[in-house]
Design a protein around this ligand. Structure first.
Ligand SMILES: *Cc1c(COP(=O)(O)O)cnc(C)c1O
Length: 381
């Protein structure tokens, strides 16, 4: 049995605190300056220069053609799914090991998630599991991928870069291209993470990021959709802004749109945060390196970035030997001032998604019983 006291003491010393949260935001740049400027301008709401600036800066940072700001990552995912045509009665491939937002966004479209297993070394969708599922269950009918077991069309595939570790996204896109399935990357956790030198979120036809308070940078709440496709970007902007046709004074809306735009106030905060992202990334990789060296001398495995990837190490993770040790560690650390959390309950085990089609999920089940996140904030000083 590992020495939990030694681990919790090490973490408290590392952060120099008697209580260590899992992930805290850091505001050490132009946040207050931009927020004050935004308030003074009176443009605090749905239009303003910070939204425009953010969309420009974010596209540049990720190397995308276009970016569209949204009110949060979940709404950004919903929008991305709508934009590629996911509708009621469709199916969308995703992984069971993800935050609830991924599966919820699929449900908002009236579609059902289909759960594909993850790889043990990436925590993200497994290309082998994906390919096996498609070959065993699906066929191309009139250019559409149909799941023979349910008779439904598979309209999209949403892999996720878990804790900022890139999945084998190039391979996933290759397989999906053969099956005419558009890929939307849930890159909510992977700002700053690259795979084979390219930013996560830019491999699929669309990519989605989140700026919730616990993410690597935050706008309080917020999300961004990135794409290289100008038409999709325009369509995403249109449906997130109530589908209003541009006009000097008339209110003409050409479809049922959403009020999903990011307020200028949140964009002001995010512009200031984005200026600091490289510093946060450096800081977090240093922390991950300290953890890696520490856990080398223990019998607990520290999760390291996959091959070909440069991870943001948004949330550091350890892999315990099984459910019992996992629960003992969660109990000990949380009772002793160090906040730790288990990886998510698998989506297919939640009541709303328990009837959804699932592939063999042995890796997801293995990880669900063992993975625990440990404190990962950028350290001060
Ligand atoms: C945070 C997150 C989202 C989006 O969450 P919001 O809180 O709506 O911004 C989506 N998917 C994953 C995997 C996430 O971690």
């Amino acid at each position: 049995m590992a020495d939990f006291a030694e681990i919790t003491n090490f973490i408290k010393n590392l952060f120099g605190d008697s209580f260590v949260p899992l992930h805290e935001p850091r505001f050490s740049g132009n946040e207050k300056k931009y927020l004050n400027d935004c308030i003074d301008s009176t443009f605090v709401s749905s239009v303003g220069k910070y939204v425009d600036r953010l969309e420009k800066d974010f596209a540049e940072y990720t190397g995308s053609g276009y970016s569209v700001a949204a009110v949060n990552g979940t709404c950004a995912l919903h929008t991305a799914l709508k934009v590629v045509g996911v509708n009621s009665g469709d199916e969308v491939l995703t992984q069971p090991l993800t935050f609830i937002a991924t599966a919820n966004a699929i449900s908002y479209c009236g579609a059902s998630p289909v759960f594909i297993d993850v790889d043990l070394d990436t925590l993200g969708m497994s290309p082998e599991s994906l390919s096996d599922f498609l070959n065993a269950n699906c066929s191309l009918v009139g250019g559409k991928c149909v799941n023979s077991a349910t008779g439904k069309v598979i309209k999209a595939c949403v892999p996720m870069h878990t804790f900022g570790h890139p999945c084998r996204i190039d391979k996933i896109c290759e397989i999906c291209a053969e099956w005419h399935i558009p890929v939307i990357e849930d890159a909510a956790e992977s700002l700053g993470s690259t795979y084979k030198g390219r930013h996560t979120g830019t491999f699929g036809i669309l990519g989605v990021f989140s700026f919730n308070g616990n993410k690597i940078i935050t706008s309080g709440g917020g999300g961004v959709i990135v794409t290289d496709d100008e038409l999709l970007a325009r369509r995403a902007k249109h449906i997130t802004t109530t589908a209003k046709q541009p006009h000097k004074w008339e209110y003409v809306h050409d479809e049922v749109g959403f009020n999903y735009r990011m307020p200028n106030l949140n964009a002001a905060l995010l512009c200031a945060q984005l200026e600091q992202v490289d510093g946060f990334l450096k800081n977090k990789r240093e922390l991950a390196d300290i953890y890696r060296r520490f856990f080398e001398t223990s019998n607990i495995e520290f999760f390291k970035e996959p091959d070909c990837a440069n991870s943001n190490y948004w949330l550091n993770a350890v892999i315990l030997s099984g459910l019992k040790e996992r629960d003992n560690f969660l109990e000990y650390s949380n009772s002793n001032g160090v906040m730790t959390r288990p990886i998510w309950r698998l989506m297919n085990k939640l009541s709303m998604f328990s009837d959804c089609f699932s592939a063999d999920l042995k890796n997801s089940e293995y990880l669900e019983e063992r993975v625990v996140n440990i404190p990962s904030s950028a350290r001060l000083g």
